[in-house]
Design a binder for this molecule. Sequence first.
Ligand code: HEC
Ligand code: HEC
Length: 463
Amino acid sequence: MKPPRLSVLSLVSLLAIGGFAGSTRAGDLARTRTPDAASVERGRKALTQQGFLKADWPRDAYEKAAKFWDEPAPDPKRDPEAYAARFRERYGLHPAPFPNDGLPLGLRLGLGPQGTKQGLQIDCMVCHGGSIGGRSYVGLGNTQLDLKSLLFDLTSAVGRRPPFSTFVINSARGTNNAGQIAAALLTLRNPDLSMRAFPLPLGANLPELDTPAWWHLKRKRTMYYDGRTDARSVRTNMQFMLGEKSLAQLRELEPTFRDVQAYLLSLKPPKYPFPIDATRRDRGQKVFESHCVRCHGTYGPDGEYPNKIIAIDVIGTDPARLLGLSDRLVAHYNMTWLGAENPVDTERIGYQAPPLDGIWATAPYLHNGSVPTLHALLDSHTRPARFTRPRSTSFESYDRDHVGWRFRELTPADVADSKKLSPFQAGFIVDTARVGMGREGHRFGDRLTEAERLDLIEYLKSL
Ligand code: HEC
Ligand code: HEC
């Protein structure tokens, strides 16, 4: 039987299911992994120059997408740069920091017949390519992305009907439901990875998430927010290809994805670009040592990362991501080639305390991006229930005192009024009452004095 044509979402990368390291997780010190230089270079090329998926949209979908904007667009033929800038702003994309056929980071020319470049496709960097202070970085989570509008506009632009989605792709900008997209693809595969016409009822119900920075991977023994996957798993990164690739094709691509992983392990966070007050930083380091190190580890050349997964009742953050990964989905994943070497841990514990390298650059915080600044994270009473996200990642939108994005707190009435806004404008509003977007938990900074908190933030800038 001919496999069903999978939706546009089938082309999206990602995933949220993983495998277990095999040795103990909690309390085990993870060593930084140093990848082989030749492999890093092959991985960089594969990630930034090679398309892995068939083109999902003709090339001109890029120009035609503007039909759906609620504002006049620059002419893409007469003024391609102005059009490109508006396109990026519209969907929350960033300039590619490498040659990319005039396309923004995260879009690329897909594969046509005989491997020719043809038509458009999205790649890992649509979510894993962000910018801060006007510079783009591969591996910085994209906190501006409006994935849903991007997919829907490109599809509608070429006269196709966007597929009906049974789950929230993103309710606001910045978050995305990579996990449920991966889960949906897996329901269309049998344990031997042959295609199915009808989805298996695996019961996963994952929420939208903030995309984590890739530069943490080298410190981690286990990955993903729930820490249930061995960080060495290569195959877990290949799930996005389940929309079109056979098991034989996946096997053939595995060495390339081993190189891609080597490249991810080579990435480093950008340094905080403004002055840091050394006296306050040193005082802040003491605060960090007494309140934070046991979970988040130490930094600098001899830094040690404890790789702890904290039980949900202790961390207290939004449980939807943890609970949404169903046992049936995990069992199914583990039966396939994807999970054969590194099966997902069948135990559900909580969330992994992440390394904090480059934390200044990755606001908003927590796995769901529900907290706009470090200050609000460390004083839970001040976390806004509803707030606006900035329109750009320039330093004008950046709050150096509180570290994170400047925001405006909104009232329930503002949110009700937002129904009158265009979907584009409404996308800038984060409402922590939405499923999976709760701002609760992680109250470890609440008992600090304000002076200690500000010292601690000064230290965090230096990581
Ligand atoms: C649609 C957005 C999206 C795309 C596309 C995407 N990812 Fe992700 N990625 C995420 C999100 C969100 C998470 C966090 C998932 C979780 O933990 O539940 C994640 C997690 C990861 C992690 C684990 C990081 C950690 O420290 O735990 C790796 C590695 C990763 N992605 C690699 C890739 C690669 C390689 C690609 C392309 C082949 C890719 N991703 C494509 C959104 C995406
Ligand atoms: C008991 C363990 C524990 C302690 C103590 C702890 N944290 Fe955390 N921290 C976590 C976990 C687990 C998460 C992930 C929670 C989530 O995303 O839902 C986290 C998340 C964070 C984040 C957000 C990371 C991101 O990328 O969004 C920051 C920043 C942070 N912690 C800083 C601190 C600081 C500073 C302290 C000391 C005052 C501290 N933490 C104390 C466990 C802990």
